[in-house]
Design a protein around this ligand. Structure first.
Ligand code: MN
Length: 313
């Protein structure tokens, strides 16, 4: 049996109800999906997020074969933004988050045996996976409040309404190199991924996001309704959403029906993510450890510095 994977997606962005402009940027194409949330004065945030998307788009070329390739693309985007921000006075201090999904184009996937996506994250834009009717986060925010959650100081619910929830502890363009979180997920028919900027998660909790995803058949309708949800709840920030549906089907001549297979539960998937991380070695990062280290070593002084440099708006 020859299996094929098709990705169907919908995407939209909105400046929200408060901001004057939109500093988010996104890209959705058959093999690469990117959401970037820029920050910096005098429209520099817009420049940073657009540079991140353009850099990945140009670098992706004929496709991405491995998670480390995706990581390298993001690190070169970081270098380009950093160079611009240290060269042009009006772009000084600009930065951007990034979360990306790349369809891995390798021998195994071409032979139809398994289909893998690489998922990358820097900052507090997020990627979710809805599988088997359960919504889970597949990226870990690099933010002040996530660090507090990791340390057990506050709950996830408290993080959502924390006054400092918009402080990111990692972003592209701030230093000459950047640590990128990368994981690989083997996808199943029926998987639905969501990439979003913090404009969505600031206004809606995971349960509300899940409800919208459940009630919309098409990814475009789901993406648009998630942006509407954020705006209905105040729309205090720009909101960008990409929804991607995974379709796996039997491509042998007599086939054509979706392939159904046993669905793994959330715990198994998360374990899969973690073991993939440790298996990919050079590309693998341990976000939890990195965040801890940030808090322990650099501490309050860094948080104040990052606040000045990166606070959104
Ligand atoms: Mn934002």
């Amino acid at each position: 049996m020859t299996r094929r994977m098709e990705l169907r997606w919908g995407a939209t962005t909105h400046q929200g109800r408060v901001r004057q402009g939109n500093e988010d940027a996104f890209m959705a194409c058959p093999n690469l999906f990117v959401v970037a949330d820029g920050m910096g004065g005098h429209n520099a945030g817009e420049v940073a997020s657009a540079m991140a998307v353009a850099s990945l788009s140009a670098g992706a070329g004929q496709g991405i074969k491995s998670p480390s390739e995706l990581e390298l693309l993001i690190r070169s985007a970081n270098a380009a933004i950093y160079t611009a921000s240290t060269t042009y006075a009006d772009q000084r201090g600009m930065g951007t988050t990034i979360t990306a999904i790349a369809r891995l184009n390798n021998d195994e996937s071409e032979s139809g045996q398994r289909f893998e996506l690489a998922i990358a994250n820097v900052g507090d834009s997020r990627t979710y996976l809805k599988r088997n009717n359960e919504l889970m986060r597949v990226t870990l925010d690099h933010s002040y409040v996530q660090a507090l959650v990791n340390e057990g100081f506050i709950s996830i619910a408290e993080a959502r309404v924390h006054p400092r929830r918009n402080i990111v502890t990692r972003a592209l363009g701030i230093e000459s190199d950047v640590e990128v979180d990368i994981s690989v997920i083997e996808v199943q028919h029926g998987d639905r991924f969501v990439l979003c900027s913090d404009g969505l998660v600031d206004e809606a909790d995971d349960e509300e996001i899940d409800t919208v995803l459940y009630s919309h058949e098409t990814p475009q309708m789901a993406a648009e309704d998630l942006v509407t949800l954020a705006n209905d709840h105040g729309g205090r920030d720009n909101t960008t959403v990409i929804v991607i549906d995974v379709i796996i089907y039997d491509a042998t001549p007599a086939g054509g029906m979706p392939v159904t297979e046993p669905m793994s539960n959330v715990d198994e998937v998360l374990q899969g993510v973690i073991s993939e991380e440790s298996a990919t070695e050079s590309a693998a990062k341990k976000p939890r450890f990195a965040v801890r280290k940030m808090v322990a070593v650099v501490g309050v002084i860094a948080v104040i510095a990052v606040t000045i440099a990166l606070i959104i708006g």
